[in-house]
Design a protein around this ligand. Structure first.
Ligand code: NAD
Ligand code: ZN
Length: 363
């Protein structure tokens, strides 16, 4: 089969590799019908993720069709269409029993395209298949569910739920990439009073307005602290979500919240940030961190089925799976291409009328 293989920092190829086979009785083999690329894949390609070894197939978001199941798999069967989550779950360890699959101790967690072969390929081996795949209604197109693999549950669980957004809250969301925009989308499930989106890129802020933000601030030329204090009678926001992953934006989130407010950090950080306890210790603040668990996939799926959540507008570009190399070029140059999510289309993917109606470019 063909797959997108990481060959060490800066090097990738669309290579011919061996077809995957069942290794453990809990495995399934899934044909990838629709996949996509994540910012983390770019981090791996830069060499920032040393545990990903050269030779690994990248990708951790996909929709596919079950081709074969191991002897111990009982809830899916050949022919079933399934969503594959970025997080796998052994289902047996202490954390899996608390639905904290991201922390799985039994060999799960974020493994696809990280520590085992991933999903930008024609076929994939899916470990712990009963616990790590999600069937969905036949009438949904692949693109309607694809973004449940990572960005939507990440923003919802690590941002919206950890930040305990409640009706009427003023919410600042720093970063308007796919994760920040997913936070803009899912924060609205809790009817905040106002959503303020903060980013350095005007094109991303335009997208934030399309996804439902009320106010945008470009912190490259405007002062978000001054503007937000003015907007909130000098108090600050109820909830600040950090969806970038650099020290400045974590520190900005802490500067923006009111006494009693909440900072929910989503961004992946590679450097230390300063926690100004000398300013915060009297202010009754809550700061949370988290790795996505994807426990919310079934809940978010029901919202998509009922039409209350439509993530298909994240799909700004489409490429045949065979041209994954070109898709990476487009995604890596998001500043010029305006890419939010680039969809990789296998030759047998399943689309629907709803999908083609919903999947309009944001711009
Ligand atoms: P992205 O790189 O596509 O988007 C980041 C956005 O931040 C961009 O729009 C960029 O213009 C903006 N930005 C950069 N520097 C900024 C600054 N100083 N101030 C304001 N905006 C700034 O990333 P993404 O895919 O949307 O992911 C966001 C973060 O979430 C990343 O750090 C990613 O690794 C992380 N993430 C975390 C989890 C988790 O489980 N916690 C899961 C997935 C992704
Ligand atoms: Zn586990």
């Amino acid at each position: 089969m063909k797959a997108l293989v990481y060959h060490g920092p800066g090097e990738r190829g669309w290579d011919t590799v061996d077809d995957p086979t069942i290794i453990d009785p809990t495995d399934a083999i899934v044909r990838i019908d629709t996949s996509t690329i994540c910012g983390s894949d770019l981090h791996i390609l830069k060499g920032d993720v040393p545990e990903t070894l050269p030779g690994t197939i990248l990708g951790h978001e996909a929709v596919g069709t079950v081709m074969e199941v191991g002897a111990a798999v009982s809830t899916i069967a050949p022919g079933d269409r399934v969503l594959l989550s970025c997080v796998s779950a052994c289902g047996r360890c202490r954390y899996c029993k608390e639905a904290r699959y991201g922390q799985c101790l039994g060999g799960g967690g974020w493994i696809f395209g990280h520590t085992i072969n991933g999903l930008q390929a024609e076929l994939a081996r899916v470990p712990f298949a009963d616990n790590s795949t999600y069937k969905f209604p036949e009438n949904l197109g692949d693109e309607q569910v694809l973004f449940l693999a990572d960005i939507l549950p990440t923003a919802f669980e690590v941002g919206v739920l950890n930040g305990t957004i409640t009706p009427g809250d003023v919410v600042a969301i720093i970063g308007a990439g796919p994760v920040g925009l997913s936070a803009v989308l899912t924060a609205q499930l809790y009817t905040p009073g106002r959503i303020v989106s903060i980013d350095l890129a005007d094109s991303r802020l335009e997208s934030a307005l399309v996804f439902g933000a009320d106010i945008t601030i470009n912190n490259g030329r405007e002062d978000p602290v001054a503007l937000i204090m003015e907007m909130t009678d000098g108090l600050g926001v109820d909830v600040a979500l950090e969806a970038v992953g650099v020290p400045q934006t974590f520190e900005l989130a802490a500067d923006l919240i009111r006494p009693g407010g909440r900072v929910a950090n989503i961004g992946v950080h590679g450097h230390s940030a300063t926690l100004h306890l000398e300013k915060l210790w009297t202010r009754d603040v809550t700061i949370t961190t988290g790795l996505v668990d994807t426990f919310s996939i079934p809940q978010l799926m029901r919202l998509i089925v009922s039409g209350r959540l439509d993530p298909s507008r994240f799909a700004t570009h489409r490429y045949p799976l065979d041209d994954t190399m070109g898709a990476y070029d487009t995604f890596a140059d998001a500043a010029n291409t305006g890419a939010l999510k680039v969809v990789l289309e296998g030759s047998e993917r399943h689309s629907s009328e709803t999908q083609s109606a919903g999947a309009l470019a944001v711009h």
